[in-house]
Write a protein that binds this ligand. Structure first.
Ligand code: HAM
Length: 427
């Protein structure tokens, strides 16, 4: 029969990779926890309406990338493509606006987008994210950016670059869009066919074009940053000032485009030149209208999410040493070279109990489970780097071997754990 494989764009997390992810998670817990962010996890699927309203009907994510299905009762559900709308939904649903503000969350969860898979881009992927809800000021934005920088540094992510911009408020943005559309129409002849065809649909995309004609036109195009209201411009200036105080280097990129519609004011993105085409390691921004759009009270918010796979691809986290094994419990029955569980029941029970009690005493202990010969068991203990091997002969006696020194002594089983705990030499 043909073996079944994991679906396209998904992957297995095998033990060495799982270890690196745990390290990333512990850095996130330490760095974000120290700043008052608390863990939250939301369901893997939500009402489709949440993302249509939250992320935006016109975005690529909602238009093309969602895994949407019927729950069998006529309700449309969607595997979450991102975490901000769900966290805001939870904030509203649990009345968290009544708590002292801001409420600060972090998460490490998997997300789903029907994208064309390539290196660093998958259909199920993981993000570490942080959201500060109920704080309107620039300090919340700057704090979030600095925390993400610290996390990426802790994971030794190479070739990092931080770009920031401000999108102002939706009204300014609508006015600016009209102004940009008019400018593009006035220079239509010099634009690529592709850009020309999308002037009304998405004029901002013209900033991403690579052909020389469009690029020359875009040099002098009006920039949103120049159209901000005085309040929005002031907010952005303060965010920059705080990043300067923290000594974090950034570039102002007036053409920074994010793929989600909920942003207001600050937006930012970290890229790594170690990643190739999918260079975005993490990004986010402020979303002051989102909670209201989801039916909650007017509440400002700000946050980011970083791709776990991309952090691990671009990071240089050191190889993970396997956990040390204090005790390997080997089992030999009289008159036999192999240890079969069905054989000497009393010795098997004694060995099982010894491993169990060793673990309860705080030691790491592994019991032979593969029915190897004694020689094979000693080899396995050696592969695991076990400090001691207890070869259980019968229900009362074991030969305890110090693997580093090579000494071996016959001892009563109850003395094995105290001996290892004392770390004493055997002979
Ligand atoms: P995003 O930029 O769509 O933002 O995703 C954040 C990060 O997730 C990206 O920078 C990238 O590292 C990773 N990522 C996205 N799509 C994929 C994929 N298909 N495969 C692998 N990694 C991927 C958000 O999701 C917003 N919720 C961030 C946010 C939080 N804004 C405010 N609060």
């Amino acid at each position: 029969m043909t073996p079944i494989q994991a679906p396209k764009g998904t992957f297995d997390i095998l033990p060495p990779d799982a270890e690196r992810r745990s390290i990333l998670e512990s850095h996130a817990r330490r760095i974000l926890g120290a700043a008052g962010y608390q863990r939250i996890e939301t369901p893997a699927f939500e009402a489709t309406e949440l993302f249509a309203r939250g992320v935006g009907e016109a975005t690529d994510i909602v238009q093309k990338e969602m895994y949407t299905f019927d729950d069998g009762g006529g309700r449309s559900l969607t595997l979450r493509p991102e975490g901000t709308a769900p966290v805001c939904r939870a904030y509203v649903e649990h009345g968290m606006h009544k708590l002292p503000q801001p409420v600060k969350f972090w998460y490490q969860s998997s997300f789903f987008r029907a994208e064309a898979p390539q290196r660093g881009r998958y259909r199920q992927f993981w993000q570490i994210g942080a959201e500060a809800i109920g704080a309107a000021g620039p300090a919340a934005d700057a704090e979030l950016i600095v925390l993400l920088a610290e996390l990426l540094e802790a994971m030794l992510v190479k070739g990092l670059r931080l770009r920031i911009a401000s999108l102002g408020n939706p009204e300014t943005r609508a006015r600016y869009r009209e102004q940009l559309t008019a400018y593009l129409r006035a220079h239509e002849d010099a634009l690529s066919l592709d850009v020309r065809g999308r002037i009304d649909l998405n004029p901002l995309r013209a900033f991403d074009a690579t052909d020389p004609g469009t690029r020359a036109v875009m040099q002098d195009a009006p920039k949103l940053l120049d159209a901000l209201t005085p309040e929005d411009a002031e907010h952005f200036a303060e965010v920059r000032g705080l990043l300067d105080v923290a000594g974090l280097r950034y570039e102002i990129d007036p053409t920074l485009v994010r793929g989600l519609d909920y942003y207001t004011r600050t937006v930012f993105e970290f890229t790594s030149d170690a990643l190739g085409a999918q260079s975005g390691v993490g990004g986010g921004g402020r979303y002051d209208r989102l909670i209201e759009q989801l039916g909650g009270p007017p509440t400002p918010g700000s946050g980011w999410a970083a791709g776990v796979e991309r952090i691990l691809l671009a990071g240089a986290s050191p190889p993970v040493a396997p956990d040390p094994v204090d005790l390997f419990v080997a089992l030999v029955r009289r008159g036999s070279t192999s240890a079969t569980a069905a054989g000497d029941g009393a010795a098997t029970r004694a060995a099982f109990l010894l491993a169990h009690e060793a673990r309860r005493a705080g030691l790491s202990a592994q019991l032979e489970l593969a029915d190897r010969s004694l020689k094979g068991q000693l080899k396995q203990a050696d592969r695991l780097g076990a400090r001691y091997v207890a070869i259980v002969n019968d229900e009362t006696q074991a030969s305890l071997k110090d693997m580093a020194g090579g000494e071996q002594a016959d001892v009563p089983i109850p003395t094995v754990i105290p001996t290892i705990l004392r770390g004493s030499r055997l002979v």
